[in-house]
Design a protein. Structure first.
Length: 154
């Protein structure tokens, strides 16, 4: 059964507000994507439409927005293990232009874990299932209490 992923909270850390550019409901300039997850298949996903403000080439998404969505989809997968992990590196393949105003699916999946290193992957697909862009990323698990102490609410 699909569960909604709210913000960047885990069982170890709760933030009072979510200002994330991609999923933050408290960010007035954000994208406000809603992610869901499937624990059994180790995946997180979001269905969305990109408005014109994210345009790069005429009628299509800017490459930086595509990278941002792929990064978020991969990062959300870490919540399945209640881990706070930051992006160390990511590789992106832009396969086809990503259209604005059409229903799209971003899906992140867990590939492998070695210690603190989490290897995840993500795709952005059209409504008919065509893979438009894909990525692989390495995420490093961090101590959420140290992060909260250093960057938490002030």
């Amino acid at each position: 059964m699909a569960k909604h992923l709210s913000g960047h909270n885990t069982k170890h850390i709760t933030l009072p507000k979510n200002h994330c550019f991609v999923c933050g409901k408290d960010n007035p300039d954000g994208m406000h994507l809603k992610f869901f997850f499937d624990e059994g298949h180790r995946r997180a996903w979001s269905r969305f439409k990109l408005p014109r403000r994210y345009q790069g080439p005429p009628g299509h998404a800017h490459g930086g927005i595509i990278a941002t969505i792929l990064d978020e989809a991969m990062g959300k997968v870490n919540k399945l293990r209640s881990v706070v992990a930051l992006t160390a590196s990511m590789q992106i393949e832009y396969l086809h232009p990503v259209p604005l105003g059409e229903t799209l699916l971003a899906e992140g999946t867990e590939r492998r874990i070695r210690g603190r290193r989490h290897l995840n992957a993500a795709e952005i697909r059209s409504e008919d299932g065509q893979v438009l862009a894909r990525s692989k990323g390495i995420f490093i698990a961090i101590d959420p209490e140290r992060m909260k102490a250093k960057f938490g609410p002030r």
